[in-house]
Design a protein around this ligand. Sequence first.
Ligand SMILES: Cc1cc2nc3c(=O)[nH]c(=O)nc-3n(C[C@H](O)[C@H](O)[C@H](O)COP(=O)(O)O)c2cc1C
Length: 281
Amino acid sequence: MKKRLLPMSMLLVVLLLGLSACGSSSPAAGQDSQVPQETAADAQETESLDQEEEETAEETEETKEPEQAVQGSTEMESAVAENDATAAAASEAESPAPKGNALAIYFSRVGNTDFPEGIDADSSASIRIDDNGLMGNAGQIAAWIAEEAGCETMEILTEETYPADYNETVDQAKQEQNEGFRPLLKADEKAVEDYETIYLVFPNWWGDLPMPVYSFLEAHNLAGKTVNVFVTHEGSRFSNTVGTIAELEPGADVREGLAIQGGSVSDSEQTVRQWVIDNKD
Ligand SMILES: Cc1cc2nc3c(=O)[nH]c(=O)nc-3n(C[C@H](O)[C@H](O)[C@H](O)COP(=O)(O)O)c2cc1C
């Protein structure tokens, strides 16, 4: 019995030792595996947060993109504009524009009206006929200016023509003035901004600039240029047109040219030519 008890107790001791060894190693293993598990979970969470953040960032990026594109292009444009301005200023300083760098721009009722076939100078006020056909007073003055200045002319043309009937045009012009209407213009035939001196010729309409001339001036920046103003009229002379042009073109040197009555235009060629000679820069 004793012989049997001894091996039994030894077995028990061995068993107990074995159990205690298992008991101490098991939590440790559990702890070890828990830490990475927790870390893994954290990492997973962090990963998914990172992903969310990335996605949010991507979304934000997407919404920012157009803004940045616009901003980018605006910055680029202004940089280009600055460069252009600098280049223009540099080229101006290096090589002053030739004396003939002028343009005679005019607006007249004639070029902006579809007259019936066979109309003659007697049947409508302010119509003149020369080798080139019908010509208004402003057109005639501009032609003399251009010849004397050695430059070209450009006519301001509206998309819609004015009525052939004089009185209807007078009424329409009054309505346009009252409404502050700006008629649409046809494209310029010349690059107006490339010229240094502008001779601007137009008829006095209702004590003011004809509305198409407002359209023209508001579409152009004539800063840095000399603008010589010529008006044809039936008694009102310049009215306040020179001051109005100076307001519309604040950077331009706006000068009073000549005010010529419609009926006196044919006698004023010498006066016009002399003015150009006397006032060439
Ligand atoms: C619509 C209209 C309004 C006019 N208003 C005036 C005016 O207020 N004062 C004036 O002296 N002449 C006025 N006139 C006359 C013109 O200024 C004058 O006939 C001018 O010489 C016409 O030039 P053009 O042939 O180039 O159109 C007016 C003419 C028109 C057609």
